[in-house]
Design a binder for this molecule. Sequence first.
Ligand SMILES: *[C@@H]1O[C@H](CO)[C@@H](O)[C@H](O)[C@H]1NC(C)=O
Ligand SMILES: *[C@@H]1O[C@H](CO)[C@@H](O)[C@H](O)[C@H]1NC(C)=O
Length: 119
Amino acid sequence: MSKVANLCAIFATLVLNCAFAEVYGPDNRSYECFSSSDCFPDECCTLGMHRYAYPTCNELRGLGSSCRPDNDAITFTQAYYPDGTTLNLTNIYTPICPCSSGLVCRHGVCELDQNYIRK
Ligand SMILES: *[C@@H]1O[C@H](CO)[C@@H](O)[C@H](O)[C@H]1NC(C)=O
Ligand SMILES: *[C@@H]1O[C@H](CO)[C@@H](O)[C@H](O)[C@H]1NC(C)=O
């Protein structure tokens, strides 16, 4: 928890929703994210493939991790739940996050991007 709090302190100026990394849906339930911007900078918001999956924050895929080619962000989509809740989701990935910056997905594995220029 304190590690998370420290990270929050560091990123608080960058990430508005950092404080408790929670957002509230139309049903007043708390969700981890509706958008990748609700997550830490090294995470993305994903929606699992299974029915009625809830969006969650997950880490970007590291070097050597499995990945999906052309796993681009979905700009806008909606998720529906049996209780009638509809979530508007933006900048979300399914079912997994893309590779971290500086990496590219090649043959299903995150590899170093030769074209990447370190900032
Ligand atoms: C939403 O949840 C919060 C915290 O549990 C509660 O204080 C608030 O009254 C709830 N609002 C509605 C509209 O149910
Ligand atoms: C969700 O998106 C729909 C379609 O664009 C819009 O009509 C609706 O107002 C949005 N709801 C919320 C809570 O933003």
